[in-house]
Design a protein around this ligand. Sequence first.
Ligand code: 13P
Length: 249
Amino acid sequence: MSGLTKLVAGNWKMNGFSASLGELKAMIEGAKTLSGVDLAICPPATLAAQAGWTLKDSTIALGGQDCHAEKTGAFTGDVSAEMWADIGAKYVIVGHSERRAMHGETDAVVSAKASAVLRAGLTPIICVGETLAERDADKTVEVVSSQLAGSVPEAAGKASFVVAYEPVWAIGTGRTPTTAQVAEVHAMLRQALEKRFGAHGRTIRLLYGGSVKPDNARELMSVPDVDGALVGGASLKSADFLAIARAAA
Ligand code: 13P
């Protein structure tokens, strides 16, 4: 066990309309009775400002799902890390596999985005994870360690950041790796971070993501070096998100 306070972060992806703010309010209420766990919700950009107001003074932090590497400029459709900071966000997810696969984000792009998040004074949640073909070819450790090396910028050596291991084949599929498979990757991530950053590497939270649900959260959260969860679908419903948060507390 790493002994770090666990973080449960909800990634709403491209889900959520104004009506979903009610769900957020229910989460805030439910989270009042929870202690010993950090919580965050990453809404779509359209809801971000309103979500920021709703979450203000609550025990749930606001997070972004992505950002541009530059601070401002002619980048139609993009949002910068400083803009996330401006509305009170604490975290920004970078390098989610959906961004890597659908928007061609390389490790270098992810590293630049993570640097931008640090520049803005926020905490990047840097995602890594193998595809099913890579796992079947026994390349999981190789792929994930190479993503980690390329996606975590040098500046992270002196800053707070989070790594999320999300096997691509477990995302939105209802399939999860065995606890032994999760333990193997998280041990490798911990070792790599300690090798690169020394004692600082022991302070980095390693989240597991991919089909985390109320009924499997407790088991996944008990795996050594799993310091929380990055939750997709189950973070859209307050009851499910709170049940997962309770399992991590
Ligand atoms: P699901 O929890 O819906 O599988 O999504 C995981 C994820 O991609 C979180 O970033």
